[in-house]
Write a new protein. Structure first.
Length: 122
């Protein structure tokens, strides 16, 4: 595959990611979700779910739920995996600072967690 085809494929992947969790593929309702492998006592509430990704749930959460999830996961792991910036963006820490990425909330201050690529269960 040429560099041109690689670039086109990457643009298509980015477009698909951008569309997940939008109003177009939002479910009618929310519900509780957890991460695959966590104990039953760790769950959070999604206001809605996007289109499933490889069979996994794609929760859409409020800022308050995201903050609770960040705190719970930091306690479990012993270190934070990210933070909510003053402008509302969720910074997800990579192994190196240049590997960090940002998830921006939608116009309702909700976060679509599909881009984390984690295995969420309902």
């Amino acid at each position: 595959m040429t560099d041109h085809h690689d670039h086109e494929a990457e643009l298509l992947r980015a477009a698909v990611i951008q569309m997940r969790g939008t109003d177009l593929d939002r479910s009618d309702g929310g519900g509780d979700f957890t991460l695959d492998g966590l104990q039953d006592d760790h769950s959070w509430h999604a206001v809605a779910f996007g289109m499933p990704w490889n069979g996994w749930a794609t929760p859409i959460v409020t800022t308050a739920t995201l903050q609770n999830m960040l705190e719970d996961l930091a306690k479990l792991d012993g270190q934070p995996f990210g933070e909510i910036r003053p402008d509302g963006g969720l910074v997800v820490y990579g192994e190196q600072p240049e590997d960090n990425y940002v998830i921006t909330p939608n116009e309702c201050s909700e976060y679509s967690l599909h881009s984390l690529g984690w295995c969420f269960l309902v």
